[in-house]
Design a protein around this ligand. Sequence first.
Ligand SMILES: NC(=O)c1ccc[n+]([C@@H]2O[C@H](COP(=O)([O-])OP(=O)(O)OC[C@H]3O[C@@H](n4cnc5c(N)ncnc54)[C@H](OP(=O)(O)O)[C@@H]3O)[C@@H](O)[C@H]2O)c1
Length: 272
Amino acid sequence: MTHPIVPLFGLGTFRLKEQAVIDSVSTALSLGYRAIDTAQIYGNEAEVGQAVAGSGVARSELFLTTKIWTDNLAQDRLIPSLKESLLKLRTDDVDLTLIHWPSPGQAVPVAEFMGALAEARRQGLTRHIGVSNFTVALMQEAIDAVGAGQIATNQIELHPYLQNRFVADFASGQGIQITSYMTLGYGKVLKDEVVQEIAAEHGVEPAQIALAWAMQLGYAVIPSSTQRKNLESNLAAQSLRLTSTDMERLAALDAGAAGRLVDPEGLAPRWD
Ligand SMILES: NC(=O)c1ccc[n+]([C@@H]2O[C@H](COP(=O)([O-])OP(=O)(O)OC[C@H]3O[C@@H](n4cnc5c(N)ncnc54)[C@H](OP(=O)(O)O)[C@@H]3O)[C@@H](O)[C@H]2O)c1
């Protein structure tokens, strides 16, 4: 792979609001995190902006990602909504803007929102653009609209129980980076016996095994945590190297569709 656009390690902020998100982002930045993932629907962009402003970390050192909510996909809404996100985040531009979910019922055509997103980049509101929760068919439509080289990443649910290889292989064939969300399976993967055994062998935390596994496959990760000790150990997963046997044992945990945790009715596409 060429040099990845999305940093391989970053901080997630889903579910975290108000003081909880301010504390998580502030602690993470003080520990050395430099990439933060938020979204319009998380209702925390203003707090993320506040924590960044208070951190003393220069904007140029940070990689900020936000995501356009499905209500804002129409051509006349996407750019105004992104401008609002920038105001909340207290920045002139973000590093990456993603389409959070495909338009429910294809109400807004892929070519329309990808065109608007590309226009947002031309206007300097975002340095890179990408998608999230896109199937292979939807990625193909996005590629047809703007070209594969323009799409930095597809952010998808991906952890040892849902390895999403069909989507990941297609993306990598197109030079589109995969960002794994819920790499820890929202905590579920950490209770796995195999993950715990490998962690014990390396003398590390189970979460570090899941994160190192994903990064070793070339995927970006964005684990979230409200706890300093977890933020710290997740960050340290970057220096962990798993053996080929570890990687094979983890590969065998794939449960396919049964491993999927995020499948919101009315929002999720027909998954691959
Ligand atoms: N694009 C999308 O549609 C989409 C969907 C879902 C998520 N995301 C993004 O992906 C990010 C990550 O997903 P997520 O936050 O849902 O799940 P996750 O990162 O897989 O798991 C977070 C959970 O794991 C716990 N945890 C974190 N580090 C730990 C450690 N070292 N040991 C033990 N437990 C640990 C956290 O609890 P503590 O707070 O107690 O540490 C929290 O409950 C989100 O924050 C969001 O930015 C995107």
